[in-house]
Design a protein around this ligand. Structure first.
Ligand code: 3DU
Length: 215
């Protein structure tokens, strides 16, 4: 993903018409569009190809299965036109290796969740976040997902992965995180959903976030 605005849209609307309208309105401000279960379960995987005409698509399926199932999921997602996939890391190195291998075959990206941004994200993830981040680096992942709601954790994770891996960071706006703070803490991109797609003017909301980050 090319870094221009440091902003990724989390497009968690559930219907095609809204998804395409919002994606069109904000496409000049976002470096990528993240889609996940809400939109894909609502409209099918075909929506990925339509959105990919506007911006690279990150498929946020938080893949978390045995290596063979992970491989099948990644192949489907990349064949559908996604540029990147988000996986979990707690399933272990062999599962992650499977995703990285498929991504290499397709020349696509893999991002690994380290610690989630919601309050419950500390319950089980906190003690293993650093280990998962290290594993992502060792496995050759493109980057990690780390919480904008806790910039200090982004700083900790950056120390572990160094400068070679990217950090994409959800939790800005609706979850309380600040885009500027988490970019200053070492994130490469912020991921923003509700603050943009629920706004009366998604383009203005996206532009404001870009201006705040001055990335
Ligand atoms: O809170 P928002 O509406 O800005 O959306 C954040 C998006 O990022 C949403 O798609 C959610 O599923 C995803 N995400 C997190 O919020 C937190 C994580 O740790 C990982 C992904």
């Amino acid at each position: 993903m090319e870094k221009k605005n440091c902003l990724i849209l989390a497009l968690d609307v559930t219907d095609r018409e809204n998804a395409l309208r919002i994606a069109n309105e904000v496409s000049e401000y976002v470096d990528s569009i993240k889609v996940g279960y809400p939109l894909v379960l609502g409209e099918g995987l075909g929506i990925v190809k339509e959105l990919a005409e506007l911006a690279p698509v990150i498929a946020d399926f938080k893949v978390a299965d045995i290596p063979n199932t992970d491989r099948l999921i990644c192949e489907h997602v990349f064949n559908a036109g996604a540029d990147a996939i988000i996986t979990h890391g707690f399933t272990g190195r062999d599962s992650l290796d499977s995703c990285v291998k498929v991504a290499e075959e397709y020349d696509r990206d893999v991002y690994v969740v380290t610690e989630m941004s919601h309050p419950g994200g500390v319950e089980f993830f906190r003690p293993v976040a650093e280990t998962i981040a290290q594993m992502a680096a060792d496995a050759g992942a493109t980057g990690v997902v780390a919480p904008a709601t806790r910039p200090e954790r982004v700083r900790d994770i950056r120390k572990i992965i160094g400068d070679d891996l990217h950090i994409i960071s959800p939790g800005v706006g609706a979850q309380g995180g600040s885009a500027a703070d988490v970019i200053n803490a070492g994130a490469d991109w912020v991921i923003v959903g509700r603050s943009i797609y629920n706004s009366d003017s998604p383009a203005d909301a996206a532009m404001r976030i870009c201006n705040e980050m001055k990335c």
